[in-house]
Write a protein that binds this ligand. Structure first.
Ligand code: TRP
Length: 451
């Protein structure tokens, strides 16, 4: 049994794969536009605090659960509790993996298509591009297919190997584009935007937006890190490995800022463009540069690489459930789950050409894709993270979880005590506030208490 589950070949392989999961559209597409609309540097300072004080302690919960049980999120809770309602939290994680994959794959498909569009139709708008279902659907299918092919090859030969090849490539391409952006005249205004905080723009909403972004970016809340942690041997040091993953993810998000804003400011773009920032503002910027099509193609190759190592982790969570607990073969699991994600994602791919799908709205989110992201990418992750945190701190118990963190020369006894305080009190409270802020009534309650 244990052998055919798979295991990382080395701790470095785990760190790369987990960083690959974390580093994705969230870092390169979402982080820059959320930072851009929330004041730049001040948002970044809050973001760093959230990663360190809330996300990192929570990440250790998932890693401890995974390595201790050697299971997927459902199997992990079954093993620790022997059934009961807590198992539903694991099931929510598995379902969330399929659902996030479904719309994330659509956006990833656009990023992939933009590589070729950079040469073939540089002036086509995102609206025209995505409204063409004959482009959107095949691109989405190709992206799901690439994900399926990586995950089908298993933990070491598929996921770990892909991360070993793709992550260094990603970093190299990013450094290339940062150098290009920083050497443009006027780039320093973009740098200033990223490093000179103006705290007068910060509100409670900014803090909660930063925390939500940090959770999504680190792939937390649905047990992806339970699953990846389950392939780690006892000899690995969870404390340092987890810290490396958080460091890489945060580093790449910041680098994405330095890749985008200096070029944007130098060529007169608008930092508060919102979601279309990298699909519209950025290509317009590239078009003004010498060799612009090549620079744009490099950017979208880099974005596709980042997205692929993330979709791989979204697929691996449900796949590991079917392999561990339903005894399906890996091959059957990847095709069934990948196929399901494709079907669930079809409306998201069709939305740009369908007024009916665009008119869907829920609690401030608009369009099918926006509503899916609200339900699965925001609410479900916050609910999952809060409950998994409470589960680790209070049900399994922070001392038991702490014993797992101490294995492999990991955390010290004092470290466990400190961590236990965060996991039992601080993290659940802050995650609960994020959850409240997602609901209109909750926003009003927060406003009444916090002003
Ligand atoms: N973290 C990835 C990103 O930033 C997305 C992602 C992959 C994810 N796996 C996840 C988000 C699991 C939440 C949970 O793009």
């Amino acid at each position: 049994m244990q052998q055919n589950r798979g295991q990382w070949q080395s701790t470095a392989g785990f760190i790369l794969a987990a960083a690959g999961s974390a580093i994705g559209l969230g870092n390169i597409w979402r982080f820059p536009y959320v930072a851009g609309t929330n004041g730049g540097a001040a948002f970044i300072v809050l973001y760093l605090a959230c990663v360190l004080l809330i996300c990192l302690p929570y990440l250790y919960c998932e890693l401890a659960m995974g390595r201790h049980t050697k299971k997927n999120p459902v199997g992990a809770i079954l093993k620790l509790r022997g059934g009961g309602p807590w198992t539903l939290v694991g099931a929510l994680g598995v379902l969330t993996g399929v659902c996030i994959l479904s719309y994330y794959g659509v956006i990833a498909g656009w990023a992939f298509g933009y590589i070729f569009k950079s040469f073939l139709a540089p002036s086509m708008t995102l609206g025209d591009f995505s409204a063409n279902a004959l482009l959107g659907i095949p691109l989405f299918a190709i992206f799901i297919l690439m994900t399926v092919l990586v995950v089908a090859r298993g933990v070491e030969k598929g996921i770990e190997k892909a991360a070993r090849v793709l992550m260094p490539m990603l970093l190299l391409l990013m450094l290339l584009l940062i150098a290009r952006g920083l050497t443009l005249p006027g780039a320093s205004k973009g740098v200033e935007f990223l490093v000179k905080p103006d705290f007068s723009v910060v509100t409670m909403t900014t803090v909660l937006a930063a925390l939500g972004q940090a959770f999504f970016s680190l792939s937390l809340g649905m047990g992806a890190m339970i699953t990846y942690g389950s392939y780690l041997p006892k000899s690995a040091n969870l404390q340092t490995s987890g810290a490396w993953v958080a460091l890489f993810d945060t580093g790449i998000a910041l680098l994405a800022g330095f890749m985008i804003f200096p070029a944007l400011f130098a060529l007169g773009g608008n930092p508060t463009a919102g979601p279309p920032l990298i699909f519209e503002a950025l290509p317009a910027i590239f078009a003004q540069m010498p060799l612009g099509s090549l620079v744009a193609a490099i950017f979208f190759i880099l974005l596709s690489i980042a997205a692929l190592t993330s979709t791989v982790s979204l697929l691996e969570v449900p796949v590991s459930y079917f392999v561990d607990d339903r005894r399906w073969t890996r091959a059957k699991s990847v095709w069934v789950v990948g196929g399901a994600a494709f079907l669930i994602g079809l409306p998201a791919a069709l939305e740009p050409s369908s007024p009916a799908l665009q008119s869907i709205s829920l609690m401030g989110a608009t369009g099918f894709l926006g509503v899916m992201d609200l339900i699965w990418g925001n609410i479900s992750l916050a609910v999952g993270a809060m409950l998994l945190c409470i589960f680790t701190g209070w049900v399994w118990g922070f001392r038991n979880a702490g014993a797992e963190l101490r294995e492999g020369g990991g955390m010290t006894a004092a470290g466990v005590a400190f961590w236990g305080f965060f996991v039992r009190f601080v993290c659940p409270l802050f995650i609960f506030l994020v959850l409240l802020s997602l609901f209109p009534l909750g926003t009003r309650i927060l406003a009444a208490f916090l002003g």
